[in-house]
Design a protein around this ligand. Structure first.
Ligand SMILES: Cc1cc2nc3c(=O)[nH]c(=O)nc-3n(C[C@H](O)[C@H](O)[C@H](O)COP(=O)(O)O)c2cc1C
Ligand SMILES: CCCCC(=O)C(=O)O
Length: 345
């Protein structure tokens, strides 16, 4: 099968992955209501296209915290790429760089922060989960800064792991078994009994004190928290529900985006993720105020299906779908994608 859309890569990945890895990648928490909402919410947003617009010189380039990228699509941090393919994060970081966009390396990656930076062919961000020993986290962040990462993505929606029933049924205990390289998870990272004492808004101030890199908070879903993020001087917010894997029943990313964009009022950059599978999904997110979107599972599907080439295939499908959507909607560039382009039903 020659994949013509991202869902074709999902089918190819299904054939390659064992049940445990498939469930880990694709599952959500509890009843997976939020996981499904991340997709279905896009269907309640309709496009108001404009006709007879000259889109010959279509331009979807933008910047993310000052870094030029060829399209408003960034690779989300996801753990343990070695479960998808032996080339793991080396393949994903290289394919992403070859598409001229940003790769975000997870704290729970299966290659360490330096190996990934050395393999990179483009700009990279580092996603942080704090270790219960903050000195360890300081070292990790500083190692990332030295290795050339351009921002820290601090994930704030995981005081504890969500209740992922597919993993429970497979006896897959992520906190013990994920193949991570930066440290052994079983050392106590995300220790459920201790972890809730670690991350508070003070942790954001601590993070600012240990790095000069820009900081994005990932996992914000409300105007209230967006305003607090601004008070703590973050550089960006990623509106996200962690791919429906943390608290089930929360809003879809695309549903939460407008209130965060309104609260922020241009004072920092706002990104979103969750359920981006089509060029039209990206168009809708940009219309509702996202600077760019992040994609999680599709990249893992591409990696599982065909290593670096599969990752590239997924990103190029999203690029060409977005180009077509912009052309048909009468949007020659990203600046022309405004709230009037969509109607929320
Ligand atoms: C298998 C898997 C692992 C993930 N690991 C991380 C992680 O290590 N750190 C993090 O901040 N988010 C992680 N996420 C969440 C993603 O960054 C992102 O928010 C989510 O996947 C976006 O939704 P999508 O998969 O529908 O595109 C993970 C998601 C998946 C599916
Ligand atoms: C303990 C690492 C958690 C990885 C993660 O964020 C996820 O599976 O959603």
């Amino acid at each position: 099968m020659d994949p013509i859309n991202v869902f074709d890569y999902e089918k190819l990945a299904r054939e390659k992955l064992d049940q445990l890895a498939w469930d880990y990648y694709n599952g959500g928490s509890d009843d997976e209501v939020t996981l499904r909402a991340n997709r279905s919410a896009f269907e309640r947003i309709r496009i108001r296209p404009r006709m007879l617009v000259d889109t010959k010189n279509l331009d979807m380039r933008t910047t993310a915290l000052g870094t030029p990228i060829s399209m408003p699509v960034i690779v989300a941090p996801t753990a343990a790429h070695s479960m998808a393919h032996p080339d793991a994060e080396i393949a994903t970081v290289q394919a992403t760089g070859n598409c001229d966009t940003i790769f975000t390396a997870s704290t729970a990656a299966s290659r360490n922060v330096v190996e990934i930076a050395q393999a990179a062919t483009g700009p990279i961000w580092f996603q942080l989960y704090t270790h219960r020993n903050l000195d360890f986290s300081r070292t990790l962040v500083q190692r990332a800064e030295q290795a050339g990462y351009r921002a820290i993505v601090f994930t704030v929606d995981m005081p504890q792991l969500g209740h992922r029933e597919r993993d429970l049924r497979n006896n897959f205990d992520q906190l013990q078994q994920l193949p991570t390289a930066n440290f052994q998870l079983s050392e106590g990272f995300l220790n459920p009994t201790e972890r809730h004492k670690i991350d508070t808004w003070e942790t954001v101030d601590w993070l600012k004190s240990v790095t000069s890199l820009p900081i994005l908070l990932k996992g914000i879903l409300t105007a209230e928290d967006a305003l607090l993020a601004l008070e703590h001087h973050v550089d960006g917010i990623i509106v996200s529900n962690h791919g429906g894997r943390q608290l089930d029943g929360v809003m879809a990313g695309i549903e939460a985006l407008p209130e965060v964009v309104e609260a922020v009022a241009g004072r920092c950059e706002v990104y979103m993720d969750g359920g981006i599978r089509r060029g039209t999904d990206i168009l809708k997110a940009l219309a509702l105020g996202a600077r760019a979107v992040l994609v999680g599972r599709p990249v893992l599907w591409g990696l599982a299906a065909n290593g670096a080439q599969g990752v590239r295939g997924v990103l190029e499908i999203l690029r060409s779908e977005l180009a077509l959507a912009m052309t048909l909607a009468g949007c020659p560039n990203l600046a022309s994608i405004t709230p009037s382009l969509v109607k929320i039903l």
